[in-house]
Structures are given as structure tokens and as C-alpha cells.
Design a protein. Sequence first.
Length: 202
Amino acid sequence: MIEKSRIIRIAYLTIVVGVMILTACGRTPPAKFYTLQPVEQSAMGRSMPGDVALAVGPVAIPAAIDRTEIVTRDAGNEVSFSEYHRWAGPLKQSIASVMAQNIATLLKTERVTPFTRENIFQPTHRVVVNINRYESQLPKEFLLNATWSIKELKGSKLLLVQNSIIREALASSTYEGLVAAQSKALAALSQKIAAALLDVVP
């Protein structure tokens, strides 16, 4: 009788341990959420005229990356959508917000806003950004290809259209390194736009 009870206890413990192992194996890791960040840059030699107010956006992005999952490009034409590495908010709005902050720093002005917050002031000029390629390759690099324009809103006058291609190597082969490279590439694009604004806006 004692031996039978011992066997039952051992069998029970074996089942409990097995269930615990299966539960642990089936547990999915929590998702991580990321945001783009403005990059610290020195202001340019000239500042934007005080009567100029700039709106950045709208920003158009390829449909394949317009999602919460961070998208990476694999070999050939394959792409991957990460379930565990996601954007904290809409990517196109995040791009516009970060670029607005970068341009405001470069041109030493507070009169720059993303297109989603134009209720702050009435813009006199607008930067429209169409992103043609926004390609993330782990662990290699990030490629940004964007066509952008500067418009004077009074009279809807188009002042400039340019295309910029920027490659940014990853400092680390992680999603943190990838997002940091994206932020740096957007900072480089912001610098090109800021320099153009000083040339075309009187």
C-alpha cells in the first residue's frame, strides 16, 4: 500500500513538472516598442527668417512598411515583419515629428511643426516628403530614398524639388541599432532640407 502511494506521488509530481515545462516553453516573449529620436546637431550659421513658419509633412511611405511591426529586408525580394519589435506609434507621423524637431534645431527657430499639429500656428511654407525606399537590413545598413519639395503656401508656389539617397551603417546588429540608424538617416535628410530652406526662402 505504501509502495503504491509512493508511485502515485511520483507520477503526480512528474505530471506537474511536465505541465510547468510545457507552460514555460509556450510562453511568448513580450513585444518591444520603439520610437525614432531627433539627433543632436549643431545649428547652422544662419537662422530661418522670423516671419517664416514651416510645416513638415505630409509624409508618404511605402505600403509595405506602413504597419506597427518593424519591417526588415532579407535576401533578394523577401521581407520580414517582426512580431516582437514594433513601432510605438504610426511611422509616417513619427518621421514628420522627428524631422520637424531636427529642422527647428538646425535653423534655430520654434516655428516648425509636423503636419499633424498645424493648429499651433499658420504655416507659410511646407515640406512634403515622399519616401520611395525605407529599407532596413539587419545587421548591415539602413537605406533611405526620399523625394521632397518645399512649397510656399501663399499662391501654392513650388520652390524646390529634390531627391536624396542616404545610407546609414548599423552600429550594432540589433533592432535598437537599426532604429538608431534610421534616426541618423532622417537627421541627415533634415540637414539637407534645412540647408535648402535657407537658399530658397527669402
